[in-house]
Design a protein around this ligand. Structure first.
Ligand SMILES: Cc1cc2nc3c(=O)[nH]c(=O)nc-3n(C[C@H](O)[C@H](O)[C@H](O)COP(=O)(O)OP(=O)(O)OC[C@H]3O[C@@H](n4cnc5c(N)ncnc54)[C@H](O)[C@@H]3O)c2cc1C
Length: 398
């Protein structure tokens, strides 16, 4: 270690200031457990990065009941259902009637703003814009993370535990030797072309549309900004699409005898979102734990990514809480298995929604008709609707 490196001691060192890292740090501080979060991006960049937008009821409770902020309840929108649209006809799934639950439309960047503000309010130690992050000595009693702050000062954080909450491209999982982890992975032959548009909502709730031209999701952000996606090739160049071509593509995927028409407006962001399903098993190496996208990613079709990240944190927080309160490592030893049980349920749900709603270029007429049969089976059966509604709104937390 170079002589100029400053050493800091804490209980939990957290790599990544996304929803997983900040929520864990927030919960730990309420239990009197010290932590330091390091984040490579700056606050403003994260605040303006648009990602997920649907929160399960359990995620909303985590934000409100743990004292992060109640803004989700006043500025978010409760959604009691979604529309499944196929053959040009919408079929509403009423979540309240089916499973007595709802989801909340509240953008991930607002979740970040709330969590970062709560950490600041409570005197939390969150360091933005760090570079050259390393994690080391993970199999010892003093695992460490090192980083350089924006002023060029090098730090070493010595902790009891390191948490890798550094997202899907993060380095923490790669610090686990290849022979000690299993990488379960699939790629999909399509991606989502996403736009953000200044317009009022086209419909009261989200529309998941299967059409012969491919999938479309008519989603929302708030009363003035909408999020819409259509299935595209993973190699698609978003900049090459004119606004007119985007609207035509979206509209033909939701066209139907009911004459449903999208509400248009200026498009101010275009992006292509690649799809993959990934799980790192186990979510632990020595005294480092992985949480959120750092340990697993799902395609966005089931709106599970952000919610899974928070669900991991709930399990990990309880385990760390038990350890610091009693000295027992029992829940920490069970963290990976406990978290992965929900992760694999969510992987299955996300995969199922994805394959049921998207089309493939090599799709045969049999496969196209089979998918329509599957959609009709779900939409016409209370049991089918209930499975979707329960998974979408989030399984109960144990
Ligand atoms: C474009 C996009 C759209 C999405 N849309 C949806 C959606 O509609 N619905 C849904 O449910 N999910 C969606 N997701 C997934 C969702 O955003 C993630 O599941 C969620 O962000 C996971 O939270 P996290 O805290 O685990 O990871 P992240 O939010 O990725 O946070 C990880 C943080 O770690 C930081 N970091 C990485 N490496 C380092 C390092 N070496 N040192 C310090 N910091 C580091 C990153 O800068 C980042 O801020 C989307 C994801 C993307 C990329």
């Amino acid at each position: 270690m170079p002589a100029a490196t400053q050493v800091i001691k804490t209980q939990v060192g957290i790599v990544g200031g996304g929803p997983a890292g900040l929520m864990l740090s927030h919960l730990l501080s309420r239990a009197g457990i010290a932590s330091i979060v390091i984040e490579k991006r700056d606050h403003e960049t994260i605040r303006h990065t648009h990602r997920a937008g649907i929160l399960e009821a359990g995620s909303v409770k985590m934000l409100t009941e743990s004292g992060v902020d109640g803004r989700v309840l006043t500025e978010g929108h409760r959604h009691d259902g979604i529309d499944l649209r196929f053959n040009g006809t919408s079929h509403r799934l009423d979540f309240q009637d089916l499973v007595g639950e709802s989801v909340w439309l509240y953008a991930q960047n607002e979740v970040f703003v709330d969590l970062a503000a709560a950490r600041k309010r409570d005197g939390g130690d969150v360091r933005f814009s760090v570079t050259d992050t390393e994690v080391l000595d993970l199999e010892t009693d003093v695992p460490k993370m090192r980083f350089t702050d924006p002023a060029g000062q090098r730090f070493e954080v010595q902790a009891d535990f390191i948490v890798g909450a550094d997202g899907s491209q993060g380095m923490c999982k790669r610090a686990i030797p290849a022979e000690k982890r299993s990488d379960h992975f699939i790629a999909y032959p399509f991606a989502w072309f996403g736009i953000l548009v200044e317009a009022p909502p086209s419909a009261p709730e989200l529309i998941y549309a299967n059409s012969e031209h491919g999938f479309a999701l008519i989603s929302q952000r708030n009363d003035h900004v909408q999020r819409m996606y259509f299935q595209c090739d993973p190699g698609e160049d978003a900049a090459a699409w004119s606004d007119e071509a985007i609207w035509a593509e979206l509209q033909r995927r939701v066209d139907g005898p009911d004459g449903f028409t999208l509400k248009r407006g200026p498009i101010f962001e275009k992006m292509v979102l690649p799809f993959r399903s990934y799980v790192c098993e186990p979510l632990r190496h020595g005294n480092m734990f992985l949480a959120g996208d750092a340990g697993h990613t799902v395609p966005p079709t089931g709106a599970k990514g952000l919610n899974l990240a928070l669900a991991d944190v709930r399990v990990l927080f309880e385990a760390l809480g038990q350890f610091y309160a009693t000295g027992s490592p029992e829940l920490l030893d069970g963290y990976s298995d406990t978290a992965l049980e929900r992760v694999w349920k969510a992987q299955n749900f996300s995969f199922w929604m994805t394959t049921m709603l998207h089309s493939r270029e090599d799709q045969t007429s049999f496969e196209r008709k089979r998918i329509l049969g599957e959609l009709a089976g779900v939409a016409s059966s209370r049991y089918g609707q209930q499975y979707l509604a329960e998974a979408y709104t989030g399984w109960p937390h144990s």
